[in-house]
Design a protein around this ligand. Structure first.
Ligand code: 26W
Length: 822
């Protein structure tokens, strides 16, 4: 790793402030300092970036293109500094100039070009790919507005636009030289040249896709990969085809198309809304990414048939799946290949990851919309479907059921998951249990027909952000005990296991946790005005708000605890702080109501002097990557309480574990593997199993009424939803939540997420948490064991598995000399 000189760095900051803002360093605002520091860092990165790309060209290495609608990057400055190995120099340089690095980092907006798990996973993967030295591009969209900012007003979520580009984003680089045209609509004209048909799209509207590149800095290895996000610009009106020249109306329409296209990220998580603009976004960034990828390939390769040796497209869920048909289009119409050649290449280049089994998340585009927007691409999908159905019929003669269930186009809709599976050479789930459910339930028919495609890649997280950057006290302490290899080889953490029984180490470990709880308590005081007791159990559930994630189970249990305390104010109880953080999709009414419920309960409980501060409830506004780092570091209990079978993997669960929190969870997603690593005795597991849930579902659900009628505690809590206990102004406020749990005429539709069914088991697990926490040594040991057992959950491991089984990449090396030679 190259040394960064403190003195030169100071000079660079001062120069940048001068050049950018015409100010001296003592006149500059904190935001301006942030910008100047970032430009100074970018200066350092640039050389590595160039050297890395040179290595790509010289070695002709195979690359993965990670195609994703979402990259939830979080702030770049702090991580770039760390990965460059420049933390000490930068921190000291800033101090000498009179600034605090943390405060400067806080000036950066969170680039939040993603919703939740899937987008954050993409960001962790980029970090791991660069750190491991694998050639990779992230390809996505430069949304002008990312995930909305959440304000809480009167307990309600209010969405505020996220103006992350307002001050300019210092780490991006506009690359107009790679701009490319993307066409929508019109019709397809067929031209026969005497030998074959040519398909030409006419009467279309188009936009210019302009890429912005962001550097992805590997840890300590000089490697800098690229995240390429596409912006849209109106096509120069002059370049309208001769046919369209002078068409004013069309020029205006094209301009509007470009304006709207990349304006905003759809804030839905696990819910498909079927919006036309969303399909446009998908095709826009896919067409641009693929066109440029092929062009680049052709610069150094003359045989297009060798594409699979040099390129793999990984499709992050079905959102980029139009890539399959777009690649076919380019190979057929632009490269002049015949169908079998093109299909042979496409099916060796594309691979698909599934991230959810939630039925409402499945993307199915109406034929009318799809064919109108993408006429040529639709023809190709039709042909893929026609040929695939012949295969299905050959394998299952006269079995119309199979055709119905497996067709790519059926019932007026294009099913993107089926397209991805048929064209992809790999289909993977994101945790063992999830992959088994895909194989045996959701995608059973496909698994039976093409079992060789299916594989599991259990998710992971980057320890560089979620421990090294987010929890510096613990990171330093670990390094002191076992050295720093864990930073690039997380299983080294297992070396901590020899210390878990030693009271001195236990105490040090828990003291760091305490410091981190103080840090979070301060944040909560500043943002919520609530005093929380850092000695209380910090019990945390942070993730998107969704019924299947069951924040409702958590808050109902808080209400139940509060009832107990009210009945028995002297109840011996370890003080507990329940911390929530969650954004609800803007149109997801019951989810938004759940936020209101949490805040209403918080209001009552936090202001009730009679319970002596034994219970506190905190809703952290605007949960996002930057405050997540503080939250994970400070957590004692990690709430991972999804209805079993519904959470594909979860990755927050891993971040908590890494930071020494104990999991309170169902046997769902990656929780299963967490427990496998740390031992069931060091977690709190409860609730129905995935099999049990699926069984109930296949038999028409269960009857929550029975529980309501027989369990007085549950009944009381539910009645409090509709008697104004937490909403005296409007007793009906939480009626819809109540109704979601109880029959109201249609019992099959009640409590579809088994909240009441799991309630007793959850409450009992919570009692075990409390009992365990009273035993300080036990808890310290278990917390340490969680950190020590988190080695498997590095995204470095996940990426190595993708490389080994799917991508088959070679590492590149960028030596200091390669950089100096520039
Ligand atoms: C079309 C609307 C839409 C938007 C986002 C549908 C589906 C999604 C994502 C697939 C939702 C998502 O983020 N899934 C999460 O992916 C994580 C990474 O694999 C998993 O850890 C989570 O369990 C899964 O919910």
């Amino acid at each position: 790793m190259r040394e960064i000189s403190k003195e030169e760095f100071k000079k660079s900051i001062i120069e940048n402030v001068k050049n950018q803002y015409r100010r001296t360093i003592d006149e500059a605002t904190p935001q301006q300092i942030f910008q100047a520091v970032s430009y100074a860092i970018k200066d350092v990165i640039i050389d590595d970036w160039i050297a890395t790309q040179k290595q790509f060209d010289e070695t002709g290495a195979k690359k993965v293109y990670y195609l994703s609608m979402e990259f939830l990057m979080g702030r770049a400055l702090g991580n770039n500094i760390i990965n460059l190995g420049a933390k000490k120099a930068v921190k000291e340089a800033l101090e000498e100039l009179g600034f605090d690095l943390n405060a400067i980092e806080d000036q950066e907006p969170d680039p939040a070009l993603g919703n939740g798990g899937l987008g954050r996973l993409a960001a962790c993967f980029l970090d791991s790919l660069a750190t491991l030295g694998y050639p990779a591009y992230g390809c996505g969209i430069r949304y002008h507005y990312g995930m909305f900012k959440q304000k809480i007003q009167d307990g309600y979520q209010v969405e505020v636009p996220d103006e992350w580009l307002k001050n300019g984003y210092p780490f991006e680089l506009r690359r107009p030289e790679y701009a490319t045209e993307v066409k929508f609509g019109g019709y397809v004209k067929t031209e026969w040249d005497g030998e074959r048909n040519h398909f030409v799209q006419e009467g279309y509207q188009s936009v210019l896709a302009v890429p912005y590149d962001m550097p992805i800095v590997g840890y300590g290895n000089n490697v800098v990969n690229t995240l390429r996000i596409w912006d849209a610009q109106p096509i120069d009106t002059f370049s309208l085809s001769a046919f369209d020249k002078g068409d004013y109306q069309k020029a205006v329409e094209q301009e509007n198309l470009a304006k709207n296209l990349v304006e905003v990220l759809y804030p839905n998580d696990n819910h498909y809304a079927g919006k036309e603009l969303r399909l446009k976004q998908q095709y826009f960034f896919i067409s641009a990414s693929l066109q440029v990828a092929l062009k680049k390939f052709k610069e150094t390769n003359d045989d297009i048939h060798k594409l699979p040796e040099k390129i793999v497209f990984q499709m992050n869920d079905t959102h980029p799946t139009v890539a399959v048909a777009e690649l076919m289009r380019l190979l057929l119409d632009q490269e002049g290949l015949n169908w079998d050649e093109a299909w042979g290449i496409t099916t060796k280049c594309c691979a698909y990851t599934n991230h959810t089994i939630m039925a409402e998340a499945l993307e199915k585009w109406p034929i009318e919309l799809f064919s109108r927007l993408l006429p040529r691409v639709y023809q190709i999908v039709e042909e893929i479907n026609r040929r695939f159905l012949i295969e299905v019929q050959n394998k299952y003669p006269n079995n119309y059921e199979k055709v119905k269930k497996m067709a790519i186009i059926f019932d007026g809709q294009v099913k993107m998951a089926h397209l991805a599976i048929v064209a992809g050479y790999s289909v993977n789930g994101v945790a063992k249990l999830h992959t088994e459910i895909l194989k045996n339930q959701e995608l059973k028919d496909f698994y039976e027909m093409m079992p060789e495609k299916f594989n599991n890649k259990t998710n992971g997280i980057t320890q560089r952000r979620f421990l090294l950057h987010g929890n510096p006290l613990l990171a330093d302490w670990i390094t002191e005990q076992i050295g720093d290899e864990w930073i690039t080889d997380l299983p080294h953490l297992a070396k901590l296991k020899v210390y878990v029984d030693d009271p001195k180490f236990q105490q040090e470990f828990m003291n760091i946790k305490y410091q981190n709880k103080l840090r979070l308590a301060k944040y909560i005081k500043e943002h919520n005005g609530i005093d929380v007791d850092p000695r209380s159990i910090f019990d945390v559930q942070v993730k998107r708000l969704h019924e299947y994630k069951r924040q409702l189970l958590n808050i109902l249990h808080v209400m139940y605890l509060y009832n107990q305390l009210k009945d028995n104010p002297n109840m011996d109880m370890v003080p507990r702080t329940f911390i929530f953080g969650a954004k609800a999709a803007a149109g997801y009414q019951i989810a938004k109501k759940t936020i209101k419920l949490i805040n209403s309960v918080a209001d009552v409980i936090n202001n009730d002097k009679s319970i002596n501060g034994k219970l506190k409830v905190v809703f952290i506004e605007d949960y996002r990557v930057s405050n997540a780092e503080l939250i994970f570091a400070a957590a004692d209990v990690s709430e991972q309480i999804s209805t079993a079978s519904k959470e594909a993997s979860g990755t927050g669960n891993m971040k908590f574990m890494l930071n020494g929190a104990l999991t309170l969870g169902t046997m769902d997603g990656a929780n299963v593997e967490i427990v496998e690593e740390v031992g069931k005795e060091n977690a709190f597991i409860f609730g129905l199993s995935a099999d049990e849930v699926i069984n109930y579902e296949n038999n028409g659900g269960y009857n929550p009424e029975e529980i309501f009628n027989t369990d007085q505690d549950i009944r009381r809590v539910l009645m409090q939803l509709i008697n104004g206990y937490y909403s005296p102004q409007d007793p009906e406020l939480f009626r819809d939540i109540y109704n979601s749990l109880l029959n109201t005429k249609n019992s099959a539709k009640a409590d579809t997420y088994f909240i009441l069914k799991d309630f007793r088991s959850y409450a009992e697990a919570q009692r075990r948490v409390e009992a365990a926490y009273r035993d300080e040594n036990w808890w310290a040991r278990a917390a340490m064991l969680n950190t020590a057992s988190a080695g498997k959950f590095s995204s470095d491991r996940t990426i190595e598995e993708y490389v080994r089984d799917i991508w088959h990449l070679e590492k590149i090396h960028v030596d200091d000399d390669d950089v100096k030679a520039l």
